[in-house]
Design a protein around this ligand. Structure first.
Ligand code: CA
Length: 418
């Protein structure tokens, strides 16, 4: 598919994240005003809340953009998603008759503050990247036992916290927790010394389910995707995770990019999951390609210093797709809701510069990275800013995700140390 040309400034620039082919969904405010739903286009945001209120745009019989999140729109379902996208595409295309009606609802993107684009119902984090699981398993158990015995048979995951999912630009305090080194009998309560990021994609569930759904049905339930950084305190994780999995180590914050890139925008970039090393049970088999070719990177900037891109990888490295994860999630009969967020699991490529976490990049701290500033890092230090970026490259345009960024602040005071 070629670039669809638009009359909006900046939308036809081959390097913009937001050409007319994209139309991602976000929530923004300007000048301290109320947050509105908006769609990014070129250098601008189309204020769909104001346009709906003025009767210039609508997604159905009832207003759905009178709330500062996209859940009500998602609730309308795939036919409404497609119809609204077609209307917007026509109205924003070059020579559109609706140009003069929509122009007053464009806001310069540079003046906007971004908010959470949807209300997170629940958050589930998977562990579905084979290279990441192999690398981490190798560090902890050796290469022969790197993958747990269930790993090639199902996408394994745990229930995370929706309450600490935050939008890009939110900084986080270094968490405290129980740390126990092998040469001590007792754990200590201290700020984490091994704070890490995880480069992931998040899939957003846009339709509810009751009972078990197939992979094809799960695919139809997904509304779109965001970049996701699942901040992780490795030292807290190492002591707490057996036998029930991560708990406080991953509860501090999960940062997402502010724009939901819809499944429709990603359609030209579909790609298949890799060849199966073990045959999957029928309920996990995909009827077609359900991953996407999305180039991803993470950059680290110490306080006041330029950033260094520390890894480049691609979403197509996943072993399991989001529809497979979602289908597996429903096997128990667990109902899924509009606004459920599924983390893909860390996306690492096969080679060392493609690893999606500090744990892997520094190989457990044994091989510190050297940044462009000359500083070295095994894990994140106070003041460090970590930024994820991603885009699918089309012919003369790109479907971009914007950024998922956050800086590490010092640990908050320990109330027991006063
Ligand atoms: Ca994770």
């Amino acid at each position: 598919m070629p670039l669809i040309k638009s009359w909006v400034p900046g939308a036809n620039d081959p390097d913009t994240d937001f050409p007319l082919n994209n139309l991602p969904c976000g929530v923004f405010s300007t000048d301290g005003g109320d947050p509105h739903c908006g769609v990014a286009i070129g250098d601008m945001i189309l204020d769909v809340t104001a346009a709906e209120e003025a009767g210039v745009l609508s997604a159905g019989d009832e207003p759905v953009f009178d709330v500062p999140f996209w859940n009500d729109f998602m609730d309308l379902g795939p036919d409404a998603w497609a119809a609204f996208r077609a209307d917007l595409t026509a109205a924003l295309a070059e020579n559109a008759v609706k140009k003069h009606a929509l122009e007053p609802f464009l806001v310069p993107r540079g003046t906007a503050t971004m908010h959470m684009p949807f209300a997170v119902s629940e958050y589930t984090d998977f562990y579905a990247g084979r290279n990441h699981a192999f690398n981490v398993g190798t560090m902890f158990r050796g290469p022969e036992n790197a993958l747990p015995p269930n790993w090639l048979h199902m996408p394994i995951g745990y229930n995370g916290r929706a309450s600490s999912v935050v939008v890009s630009g939110t900084d986080l305090h270094r968490p405290r927790g129980q740390l126990k080194s092998p040469d001590h009998d007792m754990p200590a309560f201290l700020p984490s010394r091994r704070l890490d990021f995880e480069l992931e994609m998040g899939a957003i569930v846009g339709q509810p389910s009751q009972g078990m759904v197939s992979v094809a049905e799960a695919e139809a339930m997904i509304f779109g995707y965001v970049l996701l950084n699942d901040w992780s305190a490795r030292d807290i994780q190492a002591w707490e995770y057996q036998p029930l999995g991560p708990f406080q180590s991953k509860a501090t914050a999960t940062t997402i990019s502010p724009w939901i890139v819809t499944k429709a925008a990603l359609e030209p970039f579909r790609t298949s999951t890799p060849e199966r090393e073990k045959p999957l049970l029928p309920y996990l088999r995909e009827p077609g390609p359900m991953l996407y070719d999305i180039a991803l990177e993470a950059a680290l900037a110490p306080a006041g210093k330029p950033e260094t891109v520390i890894t480049r990888t691609n979403y197509r490295e996943m072993y399991y797709s989001a529809p497979q994860q979602l289908a597996h999630h429903t096997t128990s009969g667990c109902p899924m809701n509009v606004g459920d967020l599924l983390g893909s699991g860390t996306i690492s490529g096969k080679n060392a510069p493609e690893r999606g976490s500090m744990l892997e990049l520094s190989w457990g701290g044994k091989e510190p990275l050297t940044l462009e500033s000359g500083e070295t890092r095994s894990f994140l230090e106070d003041g460090d800013r970590l930024t994820l970026r991603g885009h699918a490259q089309g012919d003369g345009y790109r479907i971009g995700f914007g950024e998922a960024t956050g800086a590490v602040l010092p640990a908050l005071e320990d109330p027991y140390a006063r």
